[in-house]
Design a protein around this ligand. Structure first.
Ligand code: COA
Length: 449
């Protein structure tokens, strides 16, 4: 009899990816990778992953760099480069090398995306890649007395032309080159090309596949998420002097984070900074729960953070009306003060507009999501979801295996987010004692482990 291999893990993994596959289908995503990625022996994996994203319905614009390839061409011609603040001064004599290097990288990418051999991940992928004069450039000019010659800036992106290609199901490939109305060719920073295309398209995501693992803090841990003000603060205070990374990596992080902040200010909602040195990082970032890099979000005026004692007044203003309506269980000010560090809040322009709390019962590896509330003026914009995801993330970090919540009027909201109804007897022991039978709340549970 044929032995059936145990593929349950694979099935489980695939099912867990389903919400992310649905969420990203039809979304416009700009992906940037440097010339280093193209040189790397594992480049075909990155290409396969990008092709898979395309097959899963993502509208993709790929932007590539070509710095090491340009460097090699210049070396072969015995031409020395000058850099100022990380930007190459591109003289007219360098342009043939730049054009050749960029052209070669582009052809390498196009050829890899055209592969379709049977028994490979690219079989039947049938990807149409389109490149073109989508980016108009202008000279970077003369700065501090240095003439940057053929180094340029993005002047304009032909968003309509790119959109038309995406509408036809084509993938767009953009190079770090732009043309001017005077017919000149300019050498551009690939990061700027990607950022300006993402802004012009109002892209849902911009992904920087870089050499470092996102943003690393001074303890050596990579930061999971930064909103725009946090990213700006990071750039001011921490970007350069970090003992955990090399100066080169610090510069890499700084320049990508700069671009991420610029993209957010320009209306791109989410910018992901991920490492090309983690195999499958782009799939892990988009199609798994936790991701592997740093997410920079465009929540300009809002911040999600752990509550402090100073927030008691703001939280009370938010929850007391709901307590009076019987939507939330009553909490005294004293209890709130004792529990304040369990609370996460969303602050907007100095006002607490949403909150939620996490209570963990360590021995049972179970926790409660409590006091979830969004100010009525700010509902329906995903803040409830954002808070719940954050609380879930905190719970998983604390190795909780199940999460409970009690509700009288919001049952369906939770059911639509993966909770199922259960009995008060299933609550952690300590919580059972606190269950208020008069309120007759529904008990809902979500499996985390
Ligand atoms: C429930 C609550 C936190 C959701 O916050 P939010 O920021 O509006 O949520 P999101 O934007 O992420 O989700 C909005 C969706 O939830 C739905 N929703 C809102 N309240 C709901 C409820 N009581 N039951 C079912 N669905 C509900 C909305 O209709 C909307 O669905 P749609 O996009 O399909 O139209 C918010 O409505 C609230 O504060 N309610 C009062 C307090 C409460 O009930 N807390 C939970 C008990 S612990």
């Amino acid at each position: 009899m044929r032995k059936t291999p145990d593929l349950s893990e694979h099935v489980e993994w695939f099912r867990n990816s389903a919400p992310y596959i649905h969420a990203h289908r039809g979304k416009t995503v700009v992906v940037l990778f440097g010339g280093e990625a193209v040189d790397h022996e594992g480049f075909h994996h990155l290409i396969n992953d990008i092709a898979l994203m395309r097959s899963l319905g993502v509208r993709l614009v790929i932007v590539h760099g070509a710095r090491p390839q340009i460097e090699r061409q210049l070396k072969a011609l015995n031409i020395q480069s000058e850099f100022d603040d990380g930007l190459r001064v591109t003289t007219a004599a360098m342009m043939p090398a730049v054009e050749q290097a960029v052209g070669q990288v582009r052809m390498t990418i196009e050829s890899q995306l055209s592969m379709g051999l049977p028994n490979t991940p690219m079989a039947d992928a049938s990807i149409r890649v389109v490149s073109g004069n989508f980016v108009t450039a202008q000279p970077y000019g003369i700065r501090d007395g240095i003439d940057y010659c053929q180094t340029g800036n993005v002047r304009n992106v032909d968003a309509n032309a790119i959109e038309a290609q995406l509408d036809h199901g084509n993938m767009v490939l953009a190079s770090p080159i732009g043309y001017s109305p005077t017919g000149e060719i300019f050498n551009l920073r690939a990061e700027d090309v990607a950022t300006d295309i993402a802004i012009a398209l109002n892209a849902d995501k911009l992904i920087f596949v870089m050499e470092t693992i996102g943003v690393i803090n001074k303890d050596g841990n990579s930061l999971h998420q930064l909103n725009l003000p946090q990213a700006e603060q990071w750039l001011q205070n921490h970007a350069r002097d970090n003992p955990n990374i090399s100066p080169q990596q610090a510069q890499d992080t700084q320049s990508h984070l700069n671009n991420a902040a610029h993209a957010c200010r320009g209306g791109v909602r989410r910018v992901h900074l991920i490492s090309r040195n983690i195999d499958g990082s782009i799939l892990l970032e988009l199609y798994t729960r936790d991701g592997v890099g740093t997410l920079v979000t465009a929540d300009n005026y809002e911040g999600l953070r752990t509550a402090t004692i100073d927030d008691i007044g703001g939280i009370m203003e938010l929850i007391v009306p709901l307590e009076e309506q019987g939507v939330l269980v009553k909490r005294s000010r004293e209890q709130l003060e004792l529990d304040i560090h369990n609370f996460t809040v969303i602050e907007r322009d100095g006002m607490i507009i949403a909150c939620a709390a996490l209570f963990c019962y360590e021995t049972e590896k179970a926790c409660e999501l409590a006091c979830l509330a969004v100010h009525p003026d700010y509902q329906q914009h995903g803040r409830g979801d954002e808070l719940m995801q954050h609380i879930e993330w905190q719970a998983r970090k604390k190795h909780m295996e199940q999460m409970f919540t009690l509700t009288t009027q919001t049952m369906h909201w939770f059911i639509e987010r993966g909770f199922t109804e259960t009995e008060p007897d299933d609550l952690p022991m300590a919580k059972q004692g606190l269950y208020n039978f008069q309120r007759n709340s529904k008990v809902l549970r979500k499996q985390l482990g």
